[in-house]
Structure formats: structure tokens, C-alpha cells
Design a protein around this ligand. Structure first.
Ligand code: CTP
Length: 400
């Protein structure tokens, strides 16, 4: 499954800031993900790094002047501007931000931006006082109003020694924002996809819970894949160790009952629900208010009551319902029964005993079963790619 960056044309604009070194890493990661990267350096950037630095990584053109007699591209900036799928300016110093805000075109980068219709992402990097200055704030706001995506800046220690807001965000975050910009008008644009993730926790007392081994990785990957094809993605997440994905709303819950309420609320205006969460089937009848003491007894009997089946009960006008069946035996029979019993359109049968599948790993191997009796066996692949294949099916169901 190709990365969403595969074959896309990205103009990477780099301005004069000590954060330039992060732009080298960004250029490298974008290139590794399959993007074709055209680099435009301002004069300031060339004080820190040379065109050769970037050219050696991207194997593509690196432009520093509006008119470069050495270049193979005629009118570099115009050619780059026209073929760009997205323009990323990282790091963006205060001066370039000001020029962009006011529509100046006095160097290769500002000219490229002005000549392009591609979406623009700007990652400011400067001293905290410069960033907080009213002039910069107004310029940033002007760009934002014009639809430019402003990435960061982050809080922290800067090259000057000052601590404040002005650090360039990390390349990983810029890459996520680039994928979002590229997918904006994708096949799921205008759709809302709700994904549940993680394992619910049912409290026994204030310190103990009944939990399970779900890491949340599968659900998070599906939500990211939905986001990358233009959907508005929401994760209803039981506790996980995962960071919130960029551009995805995360609703945090603890118990199965909380997950049910959040899922039902989100599904009111959703197009599809994908339940990747491992929901506890049972919860303690009562949770002790105070911590349970060990006491004299050698045993502790806990009475459990059944939790509602969120997926079976979820309903909505035209809501496409997708489930996961984590099984350790009789995979297809059990999954098929769940597909029917819970009124699903699609179920991903997941043999948790097979190598590379199941909890806490980045890969999974599933079989997709549908209502019409279709059986699609997918090979072992990344959870993101499983998400893509599953969403291909959801897209078809939504288009029916
Ligand atoms: N599910 C749910 N609410 C529950 C239990 C499960 O919404 N209380 C969802 C899961 O998120 C998953 C699907 O139903 O998408 C199947 O979950 P699974 O745990 O495999 O099945 P159960 O219905 O719990 O059946 P069993 O535990 O007996 O296999």
C-alpha cells in the first residue's frame, strides 16, 4: 500500500534560521516516503546550509535564485509553483512570514508561493520575542485567515537561550500536516468517521481496574488513514499510551459505559462507526469507594455484570457499522456470527494467535467478511495499511 506521500510533489521552502537543520531531516523523511521534493532556499538559509546538502538528499532541484542560468528548469519558481501539490515552509523566519502576509515576491520562495495555487503549510521558527511581537502575530493571523496552515511553533528553549514560544515543530508533525493537506479533497472529504480504540478499564476500587491487552494501535491507525483521505476522524479512546494523532479529535473515556455514551453521541452525525476497541464484556457490580484492604481472607470474589454491546446497539441514519472480531479459535465462524448478530456491514476477523497480529504490534493480518458473503483475506501488513483496505470497503458502502 503506497504512503499518502508517494509520488506527490512537495515544494520545501527553507529560510534563514538555526532550525534549518531540522529541514534537512524533513527533506529526508519526505523523500523516503516517496515524495518528489523541490527545495527553495532563501539567501538567509544558504548562510546555514548549502544547496548541495538538500540536493544530495532529495536528488531533485534546489533553487536559490529567481533566475538561475545554471538550472535545467526554465523559470524554476514558476515551474515548481505550478507542479506543487503542497508547499511546506519550514523553518519560516519572521521576515518571510511578513513578506508572505503582504504578498511580496522578491526572492525565489515568495515568488513560488505567489505563483502557486497549492495549499501552504508554514512552520514558524524564531526568537520568542519576535514571534510574540504584534507585527508577527498580525502577519501569522493574516496567513491563517487566508487558509495557510500554521504549524506550531512549539514552546521550549531557543538558540538564544530564551525559553518561550518560537521553536519549529518537529518534522514528524509537519509530515502529518502535509498528509492532511494532500488528502483534504480525498475520497472521504465531508464524511465523519468514528473509530473506537484501546481497551476499556472497569474499576474495582480507586486503584484497581479490570483491563485487557489492547494497545489502541489498530484504531488509531484507522483514524489516521481516514484523516488522510479527507474524512473528519474522531477517536473514542479508552486509556492508551499513544499520543493524539495530528488532525484527529480524540475523546477520552475509561469504562465501557463511558465509551457507549461517547460513541452514541459522536455517531449522531457520523457516516461510519468502526469499533476497534476491546470493550470489557463485564464490569464489577459495584466499585469500592475506598481502596480494598487485603484483610484476613485468602480469596476475593468479584461479582460481575454484563456491559452493553456498543456496536450491536449503535444505530444511525445510514450509519455504516464495522466491527473487529478478535478470536483465538474458529476465526471465520465466530466472526460471521458477530457480523450477523450485531447488524454489521463489515467485520475484520483477527486471529490474535497468528504471528505479527494482535495486540501491541504495528502489523496485523485480518480477513474482511461482509453481509453479502464476501471473504477478503488480507496479507500481513501495517495497521495503517489494514486501515486503508478497510476504508476502501467503507468508501464503497458509503457510495452505494
Ligand atoms: N463490542 C462492543 N461492545 C461490547 C463488546 C464488543 O461494541 N460490549 C465490539 C468490539 O469493539 C468489536 C466487536 O464488538 O468490534 C466484537 O468484539 P469481540 O470482543 O470480538 O466480541 P464479543 O461480542 O465481546 O464476543 P466474545 O467476547 O464472546 O467473543
Amino acid at each position: 500500500m503506497p504512503s499518502p506521500l508517494e509520488g506527490r510533489r512537495i515544494v520545501l521552502g527553507v529560510t534563514g534560521s538555526i532550525a534549518c537543520f531540522k529541514a534537512v531531516d524533513l527533506a529526508s523523511k519526505l523523500t523516503q516516503a516517496g515524495a518528489a521534493v523541490d527545495v527553495v532556499l532563501t539567501r538567509g538559509a544558504t548562510n546555514f546550509l548549502t544547496p548541495l546538502t538538500f540536493g544530495s538528499i532529495t536528488h531533485g532541484p534546489v533553487v536559490t535564485d529567481v533566475y538561475d542560468p545554471q538550472s535545467e528548469l526554465s523559470m524554476d519558481h514558476i515551474a515548481m509553483a505550478e507542479r506543487a501539490d503542497v508547499i511546506v515552509i519550514a523553518p519560516a523566519a519572521a521576515n518571510t512570514i511578513a513578506k508572505l502576509a503582504w504578498g511580496f515576491a522578491d526572492d525565489a520562495l515568495t515568488t513560488t508561493v505567489l505563483a502557486s495555487q497549492a495549499p501552504v503549510i508554514v512552520a514558524p521558527a524564531m526568537d520568542a520575542n519576535m514571534y510574540e511581537h504584534a507585527a508577527t502575530q498580525e502577519n501569522v493571523e493574516k496567513l491563517r485567515e487566508r487558509g495557510v496552515v500554521i504549524a506550531g511553533p512549539a514552546q521550549g528553549r531557543m538558540a538564544s537561550g530564551l525559553v518561550g514560544r518560537g521553536r519549529m515543530v518537529e518534522p514528524a508533525e509537519i509530515i502529518e500536516l502535509t498528509k492532511i493537506a494532500l488528502g483534504k479533497n480525498g475520497a472521504m472529504a465531508g464524511r465523519k468517521i468514528v473509530v473506537s480504540a484501546g481497551g476499556t478499564e472497569e474499576p474495582l476500587d480507586p486503584v484497581r481496574v479490570i483491563a485487557n491487552r489492547s494497545s489502541g494501535k489498530m484504531g488509531f491507525a484507522i483514524a489516521e488513514a481516514a484523516r488522510d483521505r479527507g474524512a473528519s476522524a474522531v477517536i473514542v479512546s479508552a486509556p492508551t499510551a499513544l499520543p493524539d494523532p495530528v488532525g484527529v479529535r480524540v475523546v477520552k473515556v475509561g469504562t465501557a459505559l463511558q465509551m457507549r455514551d461517547a460513541v452514541f453521541a459522536e455517531c449522531r452525525d457520523a457516516d461510519a462507526l468502526v469499533m476497534a476497541a476491546a470493550v470489557a464484556d463485564w464490569r464489577p457490580v459495584t466499585a469500592a469507594v475506598q481502596k480494598m484492604k487485603k484483610g484476613e481472607s485468602d480469596t476475593w470474589t468479584i461479582e460481575l455484570t454484563k456491559n452493553p454491546d456498543i456496536l450491536a446497539e449503535a444505530s444511525g441514519d445510514q450509519l455504516v457499522k464495522v466491527g473487529f472480531a478478535a478470536e483465538s479459535e474458529d476465526l471465520l465462524e465466530n466472526a460471521q456470527a458477530k457480523l450477523i448478530d450485531k447488524g454489521l456491514h463489515l467485520i475484520a476477523a483477527n486471529d490474535i494467535t497468528s504471528p505479527g497480529s494482535g495486540f501491541a504490534v504495528d502489523t496485523n493480518k485480518v480477513v474482511l467478511l461482509d453481509r453479502e458473503g464476501g471473504v477478503e483475506e488480507l496479507p500481513l501488513m501495517s495497521k495503517y495499511d489494514v486501515g486503508c483496505r478497510l476504508l476502501d470497503r467503507v468508501e464503497r458502502l458509503l457510495g452505494r
